[in-house]
Write a protein that binds this ligand. Structure first.
Ligand code: IPM
Ligand code: MG
Length: 372
């Protein structure tokens, strides 16, 4: 029996291609693993009314880790139109499977390292090495949303909230509510994870990302917890930044930042920004990490317009596979993958279209595998 059981969830679009590439590298590095395919993606929404079928949820309950590619998603009405006739009109609502997976398995850490590998022509600045910790289960991703707004809810809100009163005169379909729900536990554990990481890897600074001057209840609490947690890590510098100003400062003085920790949506945004600074989404890798399970994926989406062409850069997924090895306790193999990837980037002979080359997805994977 293999040492590890890994759920293999390519999804759709280019997810299939980048996962195939990552497998070439994992096979070559010699991980003793059994890979079990899981159905997930747009196809299953259309055919079965569920993009993340129950059988795949069951599979995830019995594996050590998973590698996920990408999934196409469409707005609610467009999604409904593509359902098989027997599922239409039943009130099924498309929700992103990866968001559901993060919540269902309590994968509360979204870890997104953004490192500028030397010689990458897409680097914003050489030497950048940022790490984003994004809260992964709550905040504006809680999924508590109303459009139209039920009258009972409007009535309650107008009674208990003064600023809400003007909206309560509107017709239910003339406004919408998405709840930003943050818990003490959720905030504390992601902030603690960021500080623990900083301590373990000798990082100097943790920046708490917020908008506490305006979003006072939730972000105010996040910031307050951040200050509290920081007291337990006197060796690490505590930094605080408003999300809006941060996007500006990150571009202006990127070397002022080290580890960043943010509530879910701000974390989503800054992780794309940071990924772009180290080469774009072709380099953004991501770990969704809980206590029992972790799911590794590229930060990018399914890019339907490139699907089937085997032209996209698989490095994000290969680095996600490297993160999985670290998480499994196979750090030596993980380090070999990173070294091989860095060597191929530095050499500059094999480059996908985003890097200005014409190499194909699997050529890149093979070039990395050869250096292992
Ligand atoms: C990400 C993605 C997802 C998110 C989408 C695909 C739902 O943007 O992983 O950053 O918003 O979390
Ligand atoms: Mg995102």
């Amino acid at each position: 029996m293999a040492k590890y059981r890994i759920a293999w969830l390519p999804g759709d679009g280019i997810g299939v291609e980048v996962n195939e590439a990552a497998r070439i590298v994992l096979d070559k590095v010699g991980l003793d693993a059994e890979y079990i395919h899981g159905d997930i993606g747009w196809e299953f929404w259309c055919k079965e009314g569920d993009a993340f079928p129950q059988r795949t949820i069951e599979l995830l309950k019995n594996v050590d880790a998973a590698v996920f590619g990408a999934i196409t998603s469409k707005p609610v009405k467009a999604a409904e139109a593509e359902l098989a006739p027997e599922f239409r009109g039943k009130g099924l609502i498309y929700r992103s499977p990866i968001v559901r997976m993060r919540q269902l398995f309590d994968l509360y850490i979204c870890l997104r390292p953004c490192k500028a590998y030397p010689g990458n022509p897409l680097n914003f600045k050489e030497g950048l090495d940022l790490v984003v910790f994004r809260e992964n289960t709550e905040d504006l991703y809680a999924g508590v949303e109303f459009n139209p707004v039920p009258r009972e809810l409007a009535a309650t809100l107008s009674q208990i909230s003064k600023p809400f009163a003007p909206f309560s005169k509107l017709a239910p379909e003339d406004y919408a509510i998405s709840c930003k729900i943050n818990t003490r536990k959720g905030s504390e554990r992601i902030i603690r994870a960021a500080f623990d990481f900083a301590k373990k890897f000798g990082r100097k600074k943790v920046t708490i990302v917020h908008k506490a001057n305006v979003v006072r209840a939730t972000d105010g609490m996040f910031l307050e917890i951040g200050r509290e947690v920081a007291k337990g890590y006197p060796q690490i510098q505590l930094d605080e930044a408003n999300i809006d100003a941060l996007t500006m400062w990150l571009l202006k003085n990127p070397f002022n930042y080290d580890v960043l920790v943010a509530p879910n949506l701000y974390g989503d945004i800054i992780s794309d920004l940071c990924a772009q600074m180290v080469g774009g989404l072709g380099f953004g890798c991501s770990g969704n990490i809980g206590e029992k399970l972790a799911v590794f994926e590229p930060t990018h989406g399914s890019a339907p317009k490139y699907a089937g062409q085997y032209k996209v850069n698989p490095i994000a997924t290969i680095l996600a596979a490297k993160m999985m090895l670290d998480w499994l306790g196979e750090a030596e193999k993980g380090a070999r993958i990173e070294k091989a990837t860095a060597a191929v980037i530095a050499e500059g002979k094999v480059r996908t279209y985003d890097m200005g080359g014409s190499s194909k997805t699997l050529d890149m994977a093979r070039a990395i595998a050869e250096k292992l």
